[in-house]
Design a binder for this molecule. Structure first.
Ligand code: AMP
Ligand code: GLY
Length: 428
């Protein structure tokens, strides 16, 4: 097979891991990333390209000029805005769902109605765009209750209200205020689901699926799952909560009905499909949300375990032949610990120098960068989540230990991280 060139769109830890995985592929010649970060710039086999992920015209132009026969979109915003539709106009192979299919993440109202239509297990909810009926509704139910902005809100659009007062102020801020702009002018009020969360991510070719290794994220900023929600402070794979029985149920009751339902409605789903699950104490999985992309930081430990060729898998999915392909996984456990800027997920400073990364080496540890850039030859922070130290080990404990030993060698003033990534698996 002739070698191809590949382009990754995005600049986070997930995209660094995608580009790193593609660079290992024997079917890939050049790997480009737009715009990438300092970590991808440091990789010998990856080239950063200074194009914004929302600049579709410049991206397709680059892909055409550089013969990119595979483009993988990392973040949700360009997918929801239709980057795949745009690339299709130029007959450029772009891995991800179309704008229509990406509504599963782009609109929580769309995804809820879709799940109800197809009997996919999820929490009960109601949709509101007017404040008065929304307030009347919360007076008629018991807290806690979950209030969700309909549209994309950079991972911040979900408020778990413990009291009626909190629910009232969240509804006011979204529906009569402008807390999330247009994204919050329609909201979902959803029942609070009890249980343990897991991330279930599959590759879809429109019809058939290939499940990736299971994983679990840590959304809260602090140890013991305390403090505000973040984009994710660490993840590990595999997630023992998803045993064979639950795995089979998720595929049968959630993933396949989702893919078939989208198809039946004329929205072929192709790309990564991520079901955020709540698994109750009896092992019943329910969907909390869909994402139309890989998770960040789940991708980092998942791809660390992937032994198959990522480019081949994505190309097979693009031409509808996923049934001819399987994925091999390293049987070891992988843990990824995020180092964030002090203050994240609230306000934080950028431009803080980071050193010590190059003292960490070996095949069983990898530092994926997120919010980093080069400034005068030094790596400095440029975002909230800055690095994800990811490792492999014979057990979760061994992998965890390796991560924290690596973190000890990194010097980054104010860098904060959780000390307990993987605790649920360890507790089992
Ligand atoms: P989302 O942005 O939909 O992933 O929600 C962010 C986080 O809020 C989830 O990962 C859960 O921890 C929590 N969450 C969302 N919906 C619910 C729910 N119905 N019940 C309990 N927790 C929820
Ligand atoms: N880590 C959660 C997400 O990517 O949505």
């Amino acid at each position: 097979m002739a070698k191809i060139n590949a382009l990754v769109v995005g600049s986070g830890g997930r995209e660094h891991a995608l580009a790193w995985s593609l660079a290992k592929s024997s079917s890939v010649d050049s790997v480009y990333i737009a715009p990438g970060n300092a970590g991808t710039e440091l990789e010998k086999n990856i080239q950063n390209v200074p194009i914004d992920p929302m600049n579709f015209e410049a991206l397709s132009d680059f892909a055409l000029r550089n013969n990119c026969d595979l483009t993988i979109i990392g973040p949700e915003a360009p997918l929801v805005k239709g980057i795949v539709n745009h690339f299709e106009k130029y007959e450029l192979p772009c891995f991800g769902p179309s704008m229509q299919a990406a509504q599963l993440e782009g609109s929580k109202v769309f995804s809820k109605e879709f799940m109800y239509r197809h009997n996919i297990p999820t929490g009960r909810s109601m949709t509101f765009s007017q404040l008065t009926p929304a307030l009347e509704h919360i007076q008629s139910i018991e807290p806690p209750v979950v209030i969700k902005a309909d549209g994309l809100a950079a991972g911040k659009g979900v408020i778990i209200a413990e009291t009626e007062i909190e629910a009232t102020s969240a509804l006011q801020a979204m529906l009569s205020g402008n807390m999330f702009g247009d994204a919050g002018h329609r909201v979902i009020v959803e029942e609070f689901l009890e249980g343990e969360e897991a991330s279930f991510i599959v590759i879809v070719d429109g019809e058939k699926i290939l499940p990736l290794a299971t994983s679990q994220d840590h959304k809260r900023v602090g140890d013991n799952d305390l403090g505000p929600n973040t984009g994710g402070m660490g993840a590990y794979s595999p997630a023992p909560i998803v045993d064979e029985n639950i795995h089979n149920r998720v595929v049968k009751e959630i993933i396949l009905p989702t893919v078939r339902g989208m198809r039946a409605e004329g929205n072929y789903y192709r790309g990564f499909l991520y079901a955020g699950l709540m698994i109750d104490k009896n092992g019943n999985p329910r969907v909390i949300e869909y994402n139309c992309r890989l998770g960040d930081p789940e991708t980092q430990p998942i791809l660390m375990r992937l032994k198959s060729d990522l480019a081949e898998i994505c190309l097979a999915a693009l031409d509808g032949s996923l049934d001819n392909i399987s994925a091999k996984w390293d049987s070891r456990h992988s843990v990824g610990v995020v180092i964030a800027s002090k203050g994240y997920p609230g306000k934080y400073k950028t431009g803080i120098p980071i050193s010590g990364i190059n003292t960490i080496s070996g095949n069983d540890i990898k530092i994926f960068h997120a919010g980093t850039i080069f400034e005068n030859g030094n790596v400095v922070s440029s975002g909230g989540r800055v690095l994800c130290v990811t490792s492999l080990g014979e057990s979760i404990a061994a992998s965890q230990e390796r991560c924290y030993a690596g973190i000890n060698k990194i010097s980054f003033e104010g860098g904060t991280f959780r000390n307990d990534i993987g605790w649920r698996a360890l507790e089992r």
